[in-house]
Write a protein that binds this ligand. Structure first.
Ligand code: NAD
Length: 264
């Protein structure tokens, strides 16, 4: 525990359960004295998110479906009423129809393409616009991305294209909001077994491949992504914006298979 986030308040979007990256970041922030609000998508998840929030002393838990503008507006109206201002936002939301997280990218139909773009990219734009309007100077917006935005990963397909758009959004938004002393960054996390990841074909193979070939020879842990999230949300990263920061045990620098890796 510490005081890096003392006096700071923020909203965490994307907790589904205790394996969610959003929850790992929330825990790291709470341990440093930050005050948190949460959103969940759909009633089924409320039962999971409320007790998690309560465990770190938060009772500000709201429904929010990012595909619905009225729902997003209601969330930020409730937040403004309760707190007035905020200091940070975590956007850990992504979705693509899993029927298209396999096979050829080329075969992605328009509706699946637009849905992946809407939920995984545009939602960061829309929630950030609301968040920035109520943000104190020194504020920080953070999203989550994956290496499949930069390079072709098997099965990632339309999600890779949506993440590429998300990463470009980070740069444009950093430029829009820099004049207000608000920073915008992304963490590009290595593969972690979460609910969202279970939709990706052959995910266990991807985990093993990263473990054997990443410079650190292991997969990144949730707590490590949490700590890096804390860096971006805190004053430690006050000079950093528009950045896509890899938290992947170094996998992104690798050009070829590790010759000593076992067969998988
Ligand atoms: P997760 O399943 O725990 O979180 C995904 C969240 O997105 C869920 O809470 C879900 O409710 C939310 N969501 C989906 N559609 C929504 C909608 N319409 N409105 C509101 N919320 C919606 O999985 P996670 O792995 O923690 O995912 C968080 C983020 O991290 C995602 O952007 C994901 O792409 C990214 N990421 C994950 C990995 C990984 O390997 N797990 C790696 C890199 C990046």
């Amino acid at each position: 525990t510490g005081t890096l986030m003392a006096g700071k308040r923020g909203l965490v979007m994307g907790v589904a359960n205790d394996r969610s990256i959003a929850w790992a970041i929330a825990r790291a922030v709470a341990a440093q004295g930050g005050e948190l609000a949460f959103t969940y998508q759909g009633e089924a998840l409320e039962k999971r998110v409320r007790p998690l929030a309560a465990s770190i002393g938060s009772d500000l838990v709201m429904p929010c479906d990012v595909t619905d503008d009225a729902s997003v507006e209601a969330t930020f109206a409730a937040l403004a009423q309760r707190w007035g201002k905020i200091d940070f936002l975590v956007h850990a939301i992504g979705f693509a129809n899993k029927d298209y997280l396999r096979g050829r990218y080329l075969d992605t139909p328009r509706d699946a393409f637009l849905q992946a773009m809407d939920i995984s990219c545009f939602s960061f734009v829309s929630v950030s616009r609301h968040a920035a309007a109520m943000m104190n100077p020194g504020g920080s917006l953070l999203t989550l991305t994956y290496l499949g935005a930069e390079r072709v990963m098997p099965h990632y397909n339309v999600m890779g294209v949506a993440k590429a758009a998300l990463e470009a959004s980070v740069r444009y938004m950093a430029t829009d909001l820099g004049v207000d002393d608000i920073r915008v960054n992304a963490i590009s996390a290595g593969p972690i077994k979460t609910l969202a990841a279970s939709g990706i074909g052959d995910f266990r193979y991807i985990l093993r491949w990263n473990q054997y070939n990443a410079p650190l020879r292991r997969n990144v842990g949730l707590e490590e992504v949490g700590k890096s999230g804390l860096y971006f949300l805190s004053d430690l990263s006050s000079g950093v914006t528009g950045e896509v920061h890899h938290v992947d045990c170094g996998y992104h620098v690798v050009g070829m298979k590790n010759p000593d890796a076992p067969d998988i």
